[in-house]
Design a protein around this ligand. Structure first.
Ligand SMILES: [Zn+2]
Length: 162
């Protein structure tokens, strides 16, 4: 069976058994940004269930314009007030340079490489918390997920002063 057939077959079983969530607003008012890394099961790692959180993913779990676009909607339209940025150990974006990634991929893009997780998280949280349009966001945290132990390292916390 090809990959796409495998997906369609799995979907038939899923659709027959799934629980329906009617409300598009995440019930825990939470958005989680993390890396695309296949070793991270966001829902299981954080004890989340369907309907509880927005999950945004990109290479590295970095704050990009597209993440800001999504969070503007999450916060203003769908009630999100807490954002978790979750980087992880053994990330392909760690300890490489933009130049190396450009050479590797042939893509003339900014890849947001990570030199140091704590510094990158602080930088991303600074970006996020200084956008005037993200005023509905009240709490932000920066975590590092250990892909070997499954444990979270609590690196940065931020809370809006009212
Ligand atoms: Zn990664």
């Amino acid at each position: 069976m090809g990959e796409l057939e495998r997906l369609l077959t799995a979907n038939a079983a899923y659709a027959a058994a799934r629980a329906n969530v009617a409300d598009p607003r995440p019930s825990r008012r939470l958005a989680v940004l993390t890396c695309i890394d296949a070793r991270i099961d966001v829902f299981a790692a954080l004890g989340l269930h369907l309907g509880e959180a927005h999950v945004l993913r990109n290479a590295g779990g970095r704050i990009t314009d597209d993440v800001l676009r999504s969070l503007a909607l999450s916060s203003h339209v769908l009630g999100v007030d807490t954002v978790v940025v979750m980087q992880h150990t053994k990330c392909g974006l760690a300890r490489v340079t933009d130049r190396e990634l450009q050479d590797l991929t042939g893509a003339d893009l900014g890849f947001f490489p990570i030199d140091d997780h704590a510094a990158a998280l602080r930088e991303d949280i600074e970006l996020l918390t200084t956008k005037p349009y993200l005023e509905p966001v009240k709490v932000v945290a920066g975590f590092v997920y250990d892909v070997e132990s499954g444990e979270l390292i609590d690196v940065v916390r931020w809370e809006r002063r009212s």
